[in-house]
Design a protein around this ligand. Sequence first.
Ligand code: ADE
Length: 240
Amino acid sequence: MKIDILTLFPEMFESPLRFSLLKKAQEKGLIQINVTCLRDFTKDKHKTADDSPFGGGSGMVMKAEPLVAAMAQVTGHKSKVILMTPSGRKLDQEIAKRLSKEKHLIIICGHYEGVDQRVRDKYVDEEISIGDYVLTGGELPSLVLIDAVCRLIPGVVKEKDSLVNDSFYNGLLDYPSYTRPEEFEGDIIPEVLKSGNHKEIDRWRRRESLRKTLFIRPDLLSSADISKEDKKMLEEIILE
Ligand code: ADE
């Protein structure tokens, strides 16, 4: 997958893209990420990429010309243009899964009061928010989106299992995990995890996933895949 980021602040991407999985995925050639500075596509000597809104009001609006010129340079055959904005659709695992199948994403990092509506209408395929709060710009949100999408591209995360067990992947929050030592500050790990009985371990994990989801995100239960046995476990958990 190729990802082009269009931003007024390219420096904000220098370090986050150089570490961990995103770094490895780029080294392996699984993803290619380019950062383009929108100011390079302005024509005046002050490199003006934003201007005051028609009709008055506070804040500045990102101008159409630099955005469209930058897009023209990076757009290919199968590009999908995404605008990061708090007024977009809220990012979730389903959106990340869908976008992980695209060949080329162009991500516009919105700033100030927003982006000229004509660009949104004509060039943007999808507007995405990372949550119901307002950040200073679309740079951090775009990194969140890229991270969520890239780890779903085959080969980026090594063990298939670690994706399958993700919170949200199967509609539930994940179960608690423990590693050595067995005892830490007087707390010991659940006995069943040492039993070697994988059926029992799976059952325990499912139960703990259900418990966590019930208490922390009960809204997820209505759309999760809940079996008869799950229902029984949930009833038991409620009675406990
Ligand atoms: N820009 C500012 N806040 C944002 C948010 N919550 N999601 C996406 N882009 C943003």
